[in-house]
Every structure is written in structure tokens, then in C-alpha cells.
Design a protein around this ligand. Structure first.
Ligand code: NAD
Ligand code: TYD
Length: 346
């Protein structure tokens, strides 16, 4: 079972597993919230080893029925509320899905797997944001103490602690990874990169929070999916792995790079799109810098990122320009309300 498979990263994980492992039966469990979109999986939906089940991870009855029906032996858990700005407006939604939902899944896995845990694995997908915010130097390692500072990262940190607790208390076979910021195709345009691509395309203001100097460590989403595949199959039970691209960028530098890539692709004069950059009020509690040390994953399991950022960003822009219908669907309806509400206040 892959939870959250209709979302951004989940859809890449589902695609990779369905295509690479024809002998696995992959059940994608997703509640199809605003962030879930079955159009993300058009290319695999008819494959014989793929099944979609609509369901909410907090719904104990529904999840129990699915366990009875499919007898899952592996779970890759990605379903979550994932956007920091939404967590600031509505923290309880994050507690519900990220904490209660994760514990519901852990409980049911524990019940079904009982004492025969051979060949079973609960893989929890988490974020580097649980480690807090870095100054100008240093990296997050697997030993960095947790110090979450947003409602989103606090809810993910809590879910990580429950996963560890189920390992130590009940011997549930678990594994966890904490990844840096992802980018790539099928990314909902509430997050920095797809939001900027969409706004540049539509000549709308490009809202940069604060001074644009916050730093994130960006990884191409297909590299994250490959890392999950590697850890799921080769990782050590009870262990955690950091995933990142050693690829730190200031927000403003990314926005400028996107502007110059898109000026060329849209046939605009150099510097045209950058005129849309608008500095807006900073996000409350805005973490300054994230940077992952992914040495363990590289040295123990042999994973490394495959793409340079500039190449990945160009591929991403091309995907958005070629998928106008996708972007029109996801930005219709509620998106406009969300956007107006959040950005009018800045
Ligand atoms: P996303 O918001 O794009 O997708 C989340 C998916 O979960 C959606 O399909 C949604 O419908 C589903 N979902 C939400 N609540 C649910 C519920 N109660 N029951 C069942 N399904 C539900 O998120 P994403 O960016 O793909 O992130 C996936 C996971 O990876 C999350 O756990 C996130 O914390 C983690 N992560 C994300 C990043 C990133 O840069 N996006 C980086 C590191 C880790
Ligand atoms: P985001 O994509 O929301 O990811 P996260 O906050 O989980 O790292 O934001 C990435 C960075 O971009 C973060 O420092 C906030 C900033 N940002 C903007 O400056 N403007 C925006 O409109 C958004 C959505 C983000």
C-alpha cells in the first residue's frame, strides 16, 4: 500500500513501483484532498498491478477493511497535509492527518502483523523540516535533534516519534526517511517553484517572502522516488535515512533563474519576467535554512542524485508549459480563494 499516491511525490513513487515491479500489487490509498489528483496517474491507471482505493487514513474502519481485503505486507506512507502556509492558518488539520492518521495506520499494521513480522515493513516518509532551522553553516544529519518550528513540521515530527515508538515498544518493523524540498512535475502550485512558474506564465506578481534570502536544499522528485525504492528494499529496519541533493539555493536566486529560463521559452526580452518580482510580508516563524547531509544513504545504500538543478528546473518548466490542462484543472475552483486569501494578507 502506498498512501498519498495521488499527490506530488506519491504519484512519482506509485509510477516508479508500478512500472519497475510488475509482480507487486500496488494499492494507492488516497483521500483525494485538494492536493490529490488522479490525473497525476493517467499513465499507470490501467496497469494490471495497480489499484486505487479512495480512503482517509484517519478512518479506522475503512483502513481495517482494506487490510482484510489485501493483507498488505509493505506500507509506504506519504499521505499528509504538506504545506507550511496552510498549517499556519489551520494547524488542527495537520494534527488530524499527520499525527492521528499516522498512528491509525501504525495501530492497524500492528494488529494485522501480530507476532509474524517476517517480510513486513512500514516505511514512513518524512521531511528535513523536523530538524528546525540552520544558521549559515552546518547540515542536518540523522543524529540532529528534532526542533520543529511550524505547525507542519511539528505534526511531522510527532508522527516520526510515533513511528519510532512503535518500533521500540511493539517491535513493528519500521523505516523512515527525511527528505529536503522536492521539485518536478505534478507539483501543486501552492509551493514555491510551481507557483512561480504559473505566475510567470500568466504575468502575475511573484510573491517573494521577506528578503528572499531563506535557503532550501532542492532535490528532483524522481530522485526522491528512487531513494524511497532503495531504502524500502535495502534499508535497515529501525533505521532512518536523510535524503537530499547537496543543492542549496536562496529563494530569490531560484525565482531569478526561473524568470530567465522562462523569458527564453516564452520569447520574452531578457529581464522581462523578473520585473514581476514583488517582496511581500514574511511567513511567520520562517525557517532560515535547510541543508541535508545525505552521506549515510550514499555510503550505506549507494544512492545519489541523478540531475543537476539547472537541468531539472528546465525539465520542470517544460512539463508545466506542456501541461496547460493539468494546471488549469488544479487552479480552478478553491485554488483562487486560497490564493487570494493568503496573498491579500501579505
Ligand atoms: P501533497 O500535498 O502533494 O500530497 C499529499 C497526498 O496525501 C494527496 O494526494 C492527498 O490527497 C493525500 N492525503 C491528504 N490527507 C489525507 C488523508 N487524511 N487520508 C488519505 N490521503 C490523504 O504532498 P507531497 O509534497 O507529495 O508530500 C508527500 C509526503 O512527503 C508528505 O508526507 C510530506 O510530508 C513528505 N515530504 C514532502 C516534501 C516536499 O518537498 N514536498 C519533502 C520531504 C518530505
Ligand atoms: P515552500 O515551497 O512552501 O516549501 P517549504 O516552506 O516547506 O520549504 O517554500 C519554499 C521557500 O519559498 C520558503 O522559504 C518560503 C518561500 N516562498 C516564497 O517566498 N513565496 C511563496 O509564494 C511561497 C509559496 C514560498
Amino acid at each position: 500500500m502506498i498512501t498519498g499516491g495521488a499527490g506530488f511525490i506519491g504519484s512519482h513513487v506509485v509510477r516508479l513501483f508500478v512500472n519497475k515491479y510488475p509482480d507487486y500489487r500496488i494499492v494507492n490509498l488516497d483521500a483525494l484532498t485538494y492536493a490529490g489528483n488522479l490525473e497525476n496517474l493517467e499513465d499507470v491507471k490501467d496497469k494490471p498491478n495497480y489499484i486505487f482505493e479512495k480512503g482517509d487514513i484517519t478512518d479506522e474502519t475503512r483502513i481495517t477493511e482494506l487490510f482484510e481485503q489485501y493483507r498488505f505486507d509493505g506500507i509506504i506512507h506519504l499521505a499528509a497535509e504538506s504545506h507550511v502556509d496552510r498549517s499556519i492558518s489551520n494547524p488542527l488539520a495537520f494534527v488530524r492527518t499527520n499525527v492521528l492518521g499516522t498512528v491509525t495506520l501504525l495501530n492497524i499494521a500492528r494488529q494485522f502483523w501480530g507476532t509474524d513480522k517476517q517480510g513486513k515493513l512500514f516505511y514512513h516518509v518524512s521531511t528535513d523540516e523536523v530538524y528546525g532551522s540552520l544558521g549559515e553553516t552546518g547540515f542536518f544529519t540523522e543524529e540532529t535533534p528534532y526542533d520543529p518550528r511550524s505547525p507542519y513540521s511539528a505534526s511531522k515530527a510527532s508522527s516520526d516519534h510515533f513511528v519510532n515508538a512503535y518500533y521500540h515498544t511493539y517491535g513493528l518493523p519500521v523505516i523512515m526517511s527525511n527528505c529536503s524540498n522536492n521539485y518536478g512535475s505534478h507539483h501543486f502550485p501552492e509551493k514555491l517553484i510551481p507557483l512561480m512558474i504559473n505566475n510567470i506564465k500568466n504575468s502575475k506578481p511573484l510573491p517573494v517572502y521577506g528578503k528572499g534570502e531563506n535557503v532550501r536544499d532542492w532535490l528532483f522528485v524522481e530522485d526522491h522516488a528512487r531513494a524511497i525504492d532503495t531504502i524500502f528494499h535495502k534499508g535497515k529496519v529501525g533505521e532512518k535515512y536523510n535524503i537530499g541533493g547537496f543543492n542549496e539555493w536562496k529563494n530569490i536566486d531560484i525565482v531569478n533563474l526561473l524568470c530567465s529560463i522562462m523569458d527564453k521559452k516564452l520569447g520574452r526580452a531578457a529581464g522581462d519576467s523578473a520585473k514581476l518580482i514583488t517582496y511581500v510580508t514574511d511567513r511567520p516563524g520562517h525557517d532560515m535554512r535547510y541543508a541535508i547531509d545525505a552521506t549515510r544513504l550514499n555510503e550505506e545504500l549507494g544512492w545519489k542524485p541523478s540531475l543537476q538543478f539547472e537541468e531539472g528546473l528546465e525539465k520542470t518548466v517544460d512539463w508545466y508549459l506542456q501541461h496547460e490542462e493539468w494546471i488549469n484543472h488544479v487552479t480552478s475552483g478553491d485554488y483562487q480563494h486560497y490564493y487570494d486569501d493568503l496573498y491579500a494578507k501579505r
